[in-house]
Design a protein around this ligand. Structure first.
Ligand code: ADP
Length: 306
């Protein structure tokens, strides 16, 4: 095999009670990438469509992540990549992570899968470092592994994959405003009261249990974020009314995706998820801010061949 075309999924990180540790993989929202084996060593980005991003290897997340893996593998050949972006940068649904995850899985597939997917995560994190200045795995993990992922520890890195309950759907609204990630970080308190921490870890434990037992009621009760959401929601117009209408229309839970501005809701079944999407559209259409909405199943496969 000399060439591979892949789908690089969007992801939701910072899932409410799983702030900074829990993420999920979306099924039908994502970029495409073509990765080609070439004689000349190294990595070149030959084409980018759908976004104005640098072609220079060391300025593009895909270039940095891909080079990190190529240097580790010390191959006799190189790769060329094409990136076809569909996920808007800065939307809060893992635009940079899709590229970082896509390139490492793509190269691994081209080589006949010498590495386990979990082993690819640190290389993708090198790409995320370029985008955000920090080594984080909360979007690249679900993009690479699919389903839900829990980053249990960074040192050493330990990521746990949990299969999604069958009927779990996600509704996303992406208001076209900019939330600066560093600002979303800086408004969070450095310390939290013990009572708040107890609420958060109770909910996270309950949520993980609900995933394994497919207990949708429990999942809904646990989808609360008492740590980051009370502060970050102020950066997103209409957050409270969107959350209210999502819950009134049957969503199991609703919260900020990544560091925003996208907002996600989880629902049981496609029909409920679509109902939530409609209700949110009606609310947000009353503002002057342009927006997109999406509905997607949680996907148990991460980056995949197409
Ligand atoms: P999101 O909020 O959707 O997770 P990010 O904040 O992770 O998006 O990534 C966006 C940043 O990464 C932008 O500054 C963008 O210019 C930079 N970037 C570099 N290469 C890429 C790439 N291949 N895909 C997306 N963003 C990239």
């Amino acid at each position: 095999m000399n060439e591979i075309k892949i789908f690089c999924p969007a992801t939701v990180a910072n899932l409410s009670c799983g702030f900074d540790v829990l993420g999920l993989c979306l099924e039908n929202i994502g970029d495409e990438m073509i990765i080609r084996k070439v004689k000349e060593k190294g990595l070149r980005i030959t084409k980018i469509t759908g976004a104005d991003l640098p072609l220079e290897t060391n300025k593009n997340v895909a270039g940095v992540a891909g080079m990190a893996l190529l240097s580790h593998l010390d191959l006799e050949f190189g790769v060329e990549i094409e990136i076809h972006k569909k996920i808007k940068a800065g939307s809060g649904i893992g635009s940079s992570a899709a590229s970082a995850a896509g390139v490492v899985v793509g190269i691994n597939e081209l080589l006949g899968i010498p590495m386990h997917r979990k082993e690819l995560i640190p290389f993708a994190m090198e790409g995320e470092f370029l985008a955000s200045g920090s080594y984080h795995a909360d979007n690249v993990s679900p993009a690479i592994l699919g389903g839900f992922t829990l980053v249990r520890s960074y040192n050493p890195l330990e990521v746990i994959k949990i299969k999604s309950p069958k009927h779990l759907y996600v509704t996303i609204i992406h208001p076209h405003i900019e939330v600066i990630t560093s600002e979303a970080r800086s408004i969070l308190p450095k310390e939290i009261p013990l009572k708040t921490a107890i609420t958060q870890w109770g909910n996270l434990g309950g949520f993980i249990s609900g995933l394994y037992t497919e207990d949708y009621g429990l999942l809904g009760r646990c989808l609360q974020d008492v740590v980051a959401e009370p502060y970050r929601k102020n950066l997103i117009p209409e957050f409270d009314s969107i959350k209210k209408v999502a819950l009134e229309n049957g969503a199991l839970g609703c919260g900020i995706s990544g560091s925003g501005p996208s907002i996600y809701s989880l629902s049981k079944g496609l029909e409920n998820s679509k109902k939530v999407e409609n209700a949110i559209q009606n609310i947000f259409a009353k503002t002057t801010i342009p927006f997109d909405t999406y509905t997607s199943k949680v996907c148990d496969k991460g980056v995949r061949k197409i």
